[in-house]
Design a protein around this ligand. Sequence first.
Ligand SMILES: Cc1cc2nc3c(=O)[nH]c(=O)nc-3n(C[C@H](O)[C@H](O)[C@H](O)COP(=O)(O)OP(=O)(O)OC[C@H]3O[C@@H](n4cnc5c(N)ncnc54)[C@H](O)[C@@H]3O)c2cc1C
Length: 236
Amino acid sequence: MTDPIRPGENPNELLVFDHGFVRLDAAMADDLSVVNSARVSFAVRKDEMDERDEGLIRFLMRERHGTPTEHNSFRFHIRCPMFVAREWFRHRVGSFNEESARYHKMSDDFYVPDVGAVRSQVGKPGAYTFEPVDEAVALETQDVLRTQYKDAYATYQRLVDKGIAKEVARSVLPVGIYTQFYWTINARALMNFLSLRNAEAAQYEIRVYAQAVEEFFKQKMPVTYECFIDFGRTAP
Ligand SMILES: Cc1cc2nc3c(=O)[nH]c(=O)nc-3n(C[C@H](O)[C@H](O)[C@H](O)COP(=O)(O)OP(=O)(O)OC[C@H]3O[C@@H](n4cnc5c(N)ncnc54)[C@H](O)[C@@H]3O)c2cc1C
């Protein structure tokens, strides 16, 4: 199976699946800001982190004093299948702006899972497991998806060519189509997102995106990140 996350052209970009990416567009994020926003209680400000500051972050994260982690901000540019975006947009704490299928003609990039990612669903709600399928079944599934995508996009194109409004023509497009959006989020809400979406219960596809997002969080706020891991991947 191809690695679902690969390095992009620049260090702030990770390529995801067949046509997606997570790009850190900008960040105002570091561990020191957590320390300083907590130490303002005592009118103290530091210019550099030291061991005591790391201990303070550890204390804040352990005791779930989360507000000092809200003074950090990450702006991501994401490209993902529409069904992933739909799950993503449920995270209300954060700001989104998305590509418009009313104003602009969608491209014909659609998500086709790798053979290893085609899976079956076993069990009952709340306790599903997702099991691998035979390679032949996976290949057939890929073919079915490609055929459906091609037909759907051809219909979309035909309607647009006839002069039908894009907002109407888009009704024929499947949720596997790629969309893109900007997402700005503070570190506390980001940890909440990661705790839920880079988790076993999350759908595989959004989980992979969350793993890419998590890489940038780890880079920018290594001490806070380490505490997030040590204290059970729970947002403070
Ligand atoms: C595995 C999984 C399965 C899911 N299945 C479904 C499903 O079948 N159907 C469905 O509708 N959704 C489903 N969801 C979405 C889920 O219900 C949440 O909407 C989503 O995960 C966002 O989580 P959140 O509210 O913690 O995040 P955010 O909306 O970003 O909120 C962050 C935090 O802010 C606080 N907060 C935000 N808004 C409020 C509020 N109005 N009142 C009080 N506190 C608030 C809460 O502490 C919250 O944890 C699923 C999510 C997961 C991870």
